[in-house]
Design a protein around this ligand. Structure first.
Ligand code: ZN
Ligand code: ZN
Ligand code: FE
Length: 741
């Protein structure tokens, strides 16, 4: 049959994932000659083949591609005939705009795991074993193209054997940038405070296991930062960690050896299992098994029936857990409100929290927390998008007219860059409440700009004048145009972008707080919107946040404000847990501030309404961590309770006072909480019936599993995001597509 020369272009995540050797292996199987190379857009192949062979070759490219590759497009065309003797991988140095994606960090693959535990393998027990299909990527990259000399592996010179593997196109480690072995790879170090303990490499893991068994807290260097780890079955160790970290009740995540161990702790459905075992290895919130008093007693998740579980994702974790054969508390090592520690110097700030450090000498270039997910009604809900997912790109529903840098919000901050038809979302950065976190935020902006060789043409930020992201935009735009996108509009736009929705939707933004167009703190919003504009068609009636920002941490202040709205001065004489949470002097002071509107900003936030309900029912007066009131209310929800409370509706204003009044008269907190949830669902359902539009849900309140479940039960077609968080971590993506306005 006649031979032609074809040029094949492949785009997507196709670099740094073993794509060229895969193509090489295919060429040997299909007996075709030609070349394969990387270029700025992806992978370029030339082959000499007849039309039938070409077809088979293309099918194999698409269906047999390497584990970590994701193909966006394969295009082929016939070009002028060229003579090739054999098939070759060629190196290309090409200038041009970088459009290939950085592969995220992934967990150890099953081949490497087998070798790790095979006494006859030369990498037996090697804590840094890796291959083309697995291991660190984003966290060790300085710059693209992804090549060893652009990563923190550049400090390790390969031994002869590793070098041979690295250069053999048919080896699993061909061009695996983080490749190493006992002779040439990174090494472990066990430290007590500032000193290195003198222990043989091969004995460090055993010694660490012994220290964990003895109840010590150990800072363990992972992929994108350190974890604080301790034995999850040791009450004393956990209490010690809580005390030292000053974290009285916020649940800890737990790393388990495998699914068998996971099942001793939690009931896990098939979708949760799939996520737990996925190459991204996120933390998945699962339901604690009824019989496991251990967990409750041990203080891992006090008063809460869900636990964040995850499986080991590095060879080091696997070695530790296999030898330990018991679960480990594994919480990110960071000072409260600061980003995750990525080196010893940063870790020093936590001195006094940990007893030992399990250190290694492969530097973390880009910090990256663990990702957190939950499954609701068989759908994945991203709560924190970081390791494993970031900085993977999101396809946009339309082509951007200019390069957009979106700066996100202030809590759970992320940033995004948008160009062409895609957006790259940074990993979770954290709350911008400290100098350290703002510096880390700025570093993330610079990193994305550098790696993607990205020059913004427009900068998009939130409307809130006090957000650090807004201040950054105003101080650093260097003459570039600025664009504000309203917070809740951005929440809805984020979902629309991810789901590639075109046309109008009814967006429900149930949120903590976000700056509204009228300067008030919105958060219970119904928006009819498309990419061009939005109309606020309904919202909760405003109530006052007594004490401003303080009200966000103290549910009792919001509840008191609602009681004043209902009963005026008389409220002070009510026999209510809210009233009892204040002194008489405080009550009088807040009454005046309520009456005169002093230090009492107006809010329509559903998040704050949750707080108020928790206070009124005596569940929570002051929160020790964000979202605590909602979690505690979830625990009280009872599926056997039917009915809801009434609420007022007049010309787009939803009045919750009738509900609050009825709630106060309820004698059973379980009934009250359940009816409260149903009332929120009823509001959404009423608005949905008024507007014949697709219903989009977003905002931090939809992290509440019970509420989300109830809404999806009542309105199965309601649309939520699966790949970006409903909380402020999803704002940056919404801003990117809102920049048209
Ligand atoms: Zn591997
Ligand atoms: Zn080696
Ligand atoms: Fe928000």
């Amino acid at each position: 049959m006649e031979h032609f020369t074809y040029k094949i272009n492949i785009t997507g995540t196709v670099q740094g994932v073993g794509f060229r050797p895969f193509v090489y292996a295919l060429s040997q199987r299909h007996l075709v000659a030609g070349t394969v190379s990387n270029n700025s857009k992806g992978v370029e192949i030339y082959v000499n083949a007849d039309s039938i062979t070409l077809k088979q070759f293309l099918i194999a490219l698409e269906y047999e591609s390497p584990l970590l590759a994701t193909i966006d497009s394969i295009k082929h065309e016939e070009v002028d005939y060229r003579e090739f003797e054999d098939f070759q991988i060629i190196e290309t140095e090409e200038e041009g705009e970088v459009t290939v994606n950085i592969p995220p960090d992934v967990s150890i693959c099953s081949d490497c795991e087998k070798e790790l535990f095979d006494p006859n393998n030369r990498r037996y027990g090697h804590p840094f074993i890796t291959c083309t299909n697995c291991g660190v990527r984003y966290s060790i990259i300085y710059d693209l193209p992804y090549d060893r000399k652009q990563t923190s592996m550049k400090f390790f010179e390969m031994c002869k054997t590793c070098d041979e593997e690295y250069n053999n196109p048919l080896d699993r480690r061909y061009h695996a940038q983080p490749i190493g072995c006992w002779d040439c790879g990174p090494t472990l170090e066990l430290r007590i405070r500032n000193e290195e303990l003198r222990i043989e490499q091969s004995e460090i893991v055993d010694k660490t296991v012994q220290l964990l068994m003895d109840g010590n807290i150990i800072a363990v260097k992972g992929v994108g930062g350190y974890h604080l780890m301790c034995d999850a079955t040791n009450v004393g160790a956990i209490a010690k960690l809580r005390e030292r970290k000053r974290r009285p009740s916020k649940p800890f995540a737990v790393m388990v050896r495998d699914m068998t161990m996971a099942r001793k702790w939690a009931v896990i459905n098939p979708i949760e299992e799939k996520l737990l075992c996925s190459k991204e290895r996120p933390i998945v919130l699962c339901k604690i098994v009824d019989s496991n008093e251990q967990i409750v007693g041990h203080g891992i998740a006090p008063n809460i029936s869900r636990i964040g579980l995850f499986l080991p994702y590095t060879p080091l974790h696997l070695l530790l857990l296999t030898k330990l054969n018991r679960p480990l508390v594994a919480t990110s090592a960071n000072v409260t409100d600061e980003p995750i520690c990525t080196n010893l110097e940063e870790l020093e700030k936590l001195q006094g929290v940990y007893d030992y450090v399990l250190e290694h000498d492969r530097q973390i270039i880009n910090g990256c927390d663990d990702s957190v997910l939950m499954v609701v009604k068989e759908q994945q809900v991203m709560l924190r998008r970081a390791r494993g997912y970031a900085p993977a790109s999101v396809k946009l529903p339309f082509e951007l007219t200019q390069n957009a840098l979106a700066l996100g919000a202030n809590q759970k901050s992320t940033i995004a860059i948008g160009f062409g038809k895609e957006a790259i979302l940074s990993p979770h950065i954290g709350d911008l409440n400290s100098i350290g976190s703002v510096a880390y935020y700025e570093k993330n902006i610079e990193t994305l700009k550098r790696i993607y060789d990205f020059r913004p043409q427009i900068i998009i930020h939130d409307k809130h004048p006090q957000y650090e992201s807004t201040k950054y935009a105003k101080g650093n735009h260097k003459g570039l145009p600025l664009c504000e996108v309203q917070h809740h509009y951005a929440h809805i736009l984020g979902v629309m972008a991810e789901k590639q929705i075109r046309g109008k939707v009814l967006g429900v933004a149930f949120d903590g707080t976000g700056y509204g167009d009228d300067g008030h703190l919105w958060g219970g919003e119904f928006l009819v919107c498309d990419y061009d504009a939005y109309e606020r068609v309904a919202h909760l009636n405003y109530f006052k946040l007594l004490g401003g920002a303080k009200a966000i941490k103290e549910p009792k202040r919001v509840a008191l404000s609602l009681l004043f709205d209902l009963y005026g001065e008389e409220a002070m004489r009510l026999d209510s847990p809210t009233i009892h949470a204040f002194t008489d002097v405080e009550l009088r002071t807040y009454y005046l501030s309520w009456k005169k509107g002093l230090n009492a900003p107006l809010s329509s936030s559903v998040g704050r309404l949750f707080d108020a309900v928790a206070s009124l029912l005596g569940v929570c007066q002051v929160m020790s961590f964000e979202g605590e009131s909602g979690m505690l209310l979830e625990e009280l929800y009872d599926t056997s309770v039917a009915g809801h409370y009434s609420f007022g509706y007049d010309d787009g204003i939803i009045d919750v006072l009738p509900m609050v009044k009825a709630l106060l008269e309820e004698s059973d907190a379980t009934v009250a909480v359940s009816k409260f949830f149903h009332t929120l669902v009823e509001m959404i359902s009423m608005m949905h019936s008024k507007y014949d539009l697709p219903l989009v849900l977003s905002g931090g309140v939809f992290q509440n599993r019970v509420l989300l479940e109830l809404v999806l039960e009542k309105i199965p077609k309601a649309i939520i995001a699966n790949d970006i968080p409903p909380n402020d971590g999803g704002i940056a993506l919404g801003q990117v597509v809102g920049s048209l306005v």
